[in-house]
Design a binder for this molecule. Structure first.
Ligand code: FE
Length: 214
């Protein structure tokens, strides 16, 4: 089985002081790694899958253990690239124009994103997606993902408590403000918008020949 843990695109302390080394180490090295391990184990029952996205989509109906593990594996790989050291602030380029067209202004987008992510009850995710010709903010519970709704994900933030509790405790809104102010990777959003389709990292692809050898 060749679902692998993609390396972080930055050092463990690169997002400090907004996300600590301690949080990122546990989030990537324990939580994300755990989802990868679980996906590998459960993939033995889906030998025909060649892409992680296909595993997520084909297992979505029952929301069972394979869906949860595979979707969380994919969601976290997307999350790491949604942030960068020195990120945040005003969007630039095509994504800025699309945000202004869809939400009226960047300030309005910020307010709506923080409200949506703050109101997501329990564990889940908030996403900026392209849905048809417009951008939307959507939230998903637990492992759910825009991969299964036909929307194109552009950015995400993890609002499971494991993503922020060590650094912010119950103050989710402060975590969301730090994400928008200092971490969000607008270059990644622009890349996704320009591509117009999913472009997963090679490291989360599933090698067919390896799967078939189980
Ligand atoms: Fe997480």
């Amino acid at each position: 089985m060749n679902v692998t843990l993609p390396p972080l695109p930055y050092q463990l302390d690169a997002l400090e002081p907004h996300i600590s080394r301690r949080t990122l180490s546990a989030h990537h090295g324990a939580h994300h790694a755990g989802y990868v391990t679980r996906t590998r184990a459960l993939m033995r029952t889906s030998p025909d899958a060649t892409e992680l996205e296909d595993v997520v989509r084909s297992s979505a109906r029952d929301r069972g253990p394979l869906f949860n593990a595979a979707a969380q594996t994919w969601n976290h790989a997307f999350l790491w690239r949604s942030m960068r050291p020195g990120g945040g602030g005003e969007a630039r380029g095509a994504i800025a124009e699309a945000i202004e067209a869809s939400f009226g202004s960047q300030q309005s987008f910020h307010q709506q994103f923080i409200t949506a992510a703050g109101d997501q009850f329990g564990s889940g995710w908030a996403w900026l997606v392209k849905d048809g010709e417009r951008l939307k903010i959507v939230t998903t519970a637990n492992a759910d993902t825009p991969l299964i709704t036909g929307q194109l994900p552009l950015l995400t933030i993890d609002v499971w408590e494991h993503a922020y509790y060590l650094d912010y405790q119950h103050r989710r809104l402060d975590y969301l403000a730090a994400f928008l102010g200092y971490l969000v990777n607008w270059d990644f959003a622009n890349e996704n918008l320009a591509a117009g389709r999913l472009s997963p990292p090679a490291s989360v692809k599933v090698a067919r020949q390896v799967v078939s050898s189980l």
